[in-house]
Design a protein around this ligand. Structure first.
Ligand code: ATP
Ligand code: MG
Ligand code: MG
Length: 377
């Protein structure tokens, strides 16, 4: 079978690696030039986009920010999974908020702003601790601005004056106080079967995911049930097929949806070592109409992103249960270069392994690793 993925980054690469044992050939489209490439070597394959679309058994995405014309071309083949509507919803925070409102799913208090002058009303309504998000093309905290107090508003307005808010409005959200961030990665098959990985607890730094812990400690059945119920309503509301991720803020016992990602997700990378069937294989299974694999976690797992540098000390592989997944990209500030998965029998052992691993990591890049390791002890 052949699966064509729009986007040729690390997620397509990991889908390729997961597909190989099943005989599923994953090809990727570099959306910047429409070249069809091998997702690992990035070598251009000798076929046009039209030929690749035609040859594919299923077409999917590794990233939601795909030019709409390309998505439409894929939709017309009848093979795009998840569907265009689901991908566009994940790519546009205004559509996403509309879906959450329509399904009555709790989320952060917000206003949609398409003119800087409306910011005063937003502050009146929401208070002066705000996070402003461009409705499209943001990820890893890019395309976001924060307001800490009202007197910073004029400067912020000046910064935003350069944007065309009529074309790309802002979603202005109240800065939410929360206990922690959680995410639910799960999948829906063509015949509507749902499966979920355990909730992951996610630690962000400067708007970017650094560490995921799975299963998230201290999750009651009620909390897990709440997350799965929200996930199910979203997946059914979007007639979704494939892996979907839902990001939450936990406020007391309540979950607020932060955003959804219509694809495999960084907070599911732990499943490569920590679950029977990883999210990449399960996404391929779902879009190819194959039976879904087991999603239970084995023991306790952590995923640590390697961000903004190479030259990682490979002696870290001495730490029992550690695995490195290198993406083969050139280094840039804030760029996700690789991740390290670490698995142990229980949280205490995982904490010990994290402290051992921290010896090999530049502490400045991993403010959470030491703290989390100690917390789990
Ligand atoms: P991703 O890479 O996950 O797609 P993104 O750029 O789409 O990130 P968000 O997930 O919306 O951005 O926000 C990034 C992070 O910023 C969140 O995980 C959270 O830590 C923080 N954040 C976002 N919105 C809020 C909010 N309303 N209140 C408090 N913190 C927030
Ligand atoms: Mg996002
Ligand atoms: Mg996010």
């Amino acid at each position: 079978m052949k699966v064509l993925i729009f986007g040729a980054g690390q997620l397509a690469r990991m889908m390729y690696l997961a597909g190989a044992p099943l005989g599923i050939d994953v090809q990727a489209v570099d959306v910047s030039n429409e070249d069809v490439v091998n997702p690992v070597t990035k070598d251009k394959l000798p076929l046009s986009l039209a030929e690749a679309l035609d040859a594919a058994d299923a077409i999917s995405v590794e990233f939601e920010h795909i030019p709409e014309a390309l998505l439409e071309q894929a939709r017309l083949t009848g093979k795009l999974l998840p569907g265009k509507e689901a991908i566009l919803t994940g790519a546009d925070r205004v559509r996403e908020k509309r879906l959450l409102e329509r399904l009555a799913i709790p989320n952060c208090a917000h206003r949609i702003v398409d003119n800087v002058e409306q910011l005063d009303q937003a502050v009146d309504a929401l208070g002066d601790k705000l996070i402003l998000k461009a409705s499209r093309d943001g990820y890893d905290g890019y395309g976001q601005w924060r307001l800490a107090e009202r007197e910073d508003l004029p400067a912020l307005k000046q910064t935003l004056a350069a944007l065309d808010l009529k074309k790309v409005p802002l979603v202005v959200e109240q800065m939410q106080q929360f206990e922690r961030e959680l995410s639910l990665v799960g999948m829906r098959s063509k015949d509507g079967q749902l499966k979920f990985y355990p909730l992951a607890e996610n630690l962000h730094h400067q708007g970017q995911l650094h560490v995921s812990l799975a299963p998230a400690p201290d999750c009651s059945d009620a909390l897990t049930g709440q997350a799965q119920d929200i996930f199910s309503r979203l997946a059914e509301g979007l007639d979704y097929v494939g892996v979907l991720a839902v990001e939450f803020f936990q406020v007391g016992d309540q979950l607020l949806v932060n955003e959804i990602a219509p694809r495999v997700h960084n907070s599911g990378h732990w499943s490569m070592q920590g679950a029977d069937t990883c999210q990449f294989e399960n996404h391929l299974r779902a879009v190819c109409g194959l039976p879904l694999g087991d999603t239970q976690a084995r023991g306790a797992n952590v995923m640590i992103n390697v961000i903004g540098y190479d030259g990682l000390d490979l002696e870290l592989l001495k730490v029992p249960g550690s695995h490195l997944h290198w993406y083969g990209k050139s280094v840039r500030v804030k760029r996700k270069m690789a991740h390290i998965n670490l698995s142990a029998g229980n949280y205490k052992q995982l904490g010990e392994a994290m402290l051992a691993l921290a010896d090999y990591l530049p502490a400045s890049h991993f403010p959470h690793v030491l703290g989390e390791g100690k917390r789990l002890q």
